[in-house]
Design a protein around this ligand. Structure first.
Ligand code: FAD
Length: 331
């Protein structure tokens, strides 16, 4: 019992808000995002990717959330049945494990898709009890079989609605409760898109929606990955011009496989600058892509640090080795 109390206390003492880490640091901070392993895999699979990155002292690690997917499974009678499957569950448990094992803050991603507001409230209560003080609030993508995002009945339609709900909890206002309750203390992050969110009519309208998220209570922004730093610098300037003053954390993802060359532009709706695509066109193997991808990210990272980006946030997507190579050159 004493050990449990001590562990909880130790974790508790380390908890800080992302905005405080940024405020207290004179240098650009290193951080990264991981995705939960496929269902059935162990925590060792994630730790194997994280261990080599800990020497760069990330104060926080993000953990993505993956909603359910529909699949057709063959039943005993030979007929197919449509079932709902969560292929990468465990975000909250992983956050607790990371805080315990590495003494860092873990930032769970919270999404609207697949959740009623009440389920969201329960998830936030779990996080509050665990001592998680930072969350990244997102809408989530449409499900694989959906052409457009469909909100869950009784759930949030846009990330801003989710931010409003979290902010209400921070003010002690829970759903359907007439009296105020124990307030939560979440530092809320939101997503930003230097090359525009794929559904937005144009960058300016997307940025107006981003401003609404900040006005509702988002205290920091994490950007979609990008390969052209000018896009990030121009995005930051546009944000400042419309009155968004919160820290804007750039997201970086090194290219490591031939598959990335088509998958990343298609899935994340980003462009490679011509200087990069000209080099990538010559690649015949994954190793060649990785060499160029890592060199490119190092160049991006050095420039972002020089221009005083608050944090460099790496998308590891389960592959920590390339990120380690980059971090060892720039941190
Ligand atoms: P929103 O801010 O709600 O915006 C969605 C679209 O609606 C935009 O086009 C916006 O311009 C528009 N819009 C916003 N508000 C309004 C309004 N009031 N009226 C009309 N239009 C509006 N997905 C996951 O499933 N799990 C994750 O863990 C995850 N992590 C991510 C981390 C980062 C850093 C980023 C950048 C993305 C992540 N995503 C994740 C993907 C994200 O869920 C998708 O990009 C999703 O399509 C949009 O999410 P959002 O929070 O930006 O949505």
């Amino acid at each position: 019992m004493d050990i449990i109390v001590l562990t909880c206390l130790f974790v508790f003492l380390l908890i800080m808000k992302v905005t405080d880490y940024i405020k207290n640091s004179k240098e650009t901070i290193f951080s990264f995002e991981i995705i939960p392993p496929l269902k059935g895999k162990g925590i060792e699979d994630i730790c194997a990717g994280i261990d080599p990155l800990m020497e760069f002292k990330p104060p926080f690690i993000n953990v993505t959330y993956h909603r359910e997917e529909y699949e057709y499974k063959k039943m005993g009678n030979g007929l197919l049945k449509k079932v709902s499957v969560k292929k990468r569950p465990g975000t909250v448990g992983i956050c607790a494990a990371l805080m315990n094992r590495y003494k860092v803050d873990a930032i769970p991603h919270i999404i609207c898709g697949g959740f009623t507001k009440e389920e969201t409230e329960s998830a936030l209560i779990d996080l509050k009890f665990l001592g998680v003080d930072n969350v990244l609030a997102l809408r989530g993508d449409p499900m694989k079989n959906e052409a457009a995002f469909v909100p869950t009945e009784g759930g949030s339609k846009y990330a801003v609605d989710l931010i409003n709900q979290i902010k209400d909890m921070n003010n002690g206002q829970y759903l359907y409760e007439e009296t105020k309750n124990s307030p939560s203390n979440f530092c809320i992050g939101a997503a930003g898109y230097p090359e525009k969110h794929f559904e937005a009519m144009n960058l300016n309208s997307d940025m107006k929606h981003l401003k609404k998220k900040v006005d509702a209570g988002a205290e920091f922004i994490v950007t979609q990955l990008f390969y052209d730093n000018e896009k990030y610098f121009s995005f930051v300037k546009k944000c400042r011009d419309i009155g968004i003053t919160v820290p804007i954390i750039p997201g970086l993802k090194p290219l490591t496989t031939l598959r990335h060359l088509s998958f990343i532009p298609k899935f994340f709706h980003v462009n490679f600058p011509e200087e990069l695509s000209n080099e990538l066109e010559k690649c015949k193997t994954n190793e060649e892509v990785q060499k160029i991808g890592v060199e490119w990210s190092i160049k991006q990272a050095k420039e972002l640090i020089k221009k005083e980006a608050p944090v460099l946030h790496f998308y590891t997507m389960g592959k920590g080795e390339a990120v380690r190579k980059i971090a060892s050159q720039v941190f």
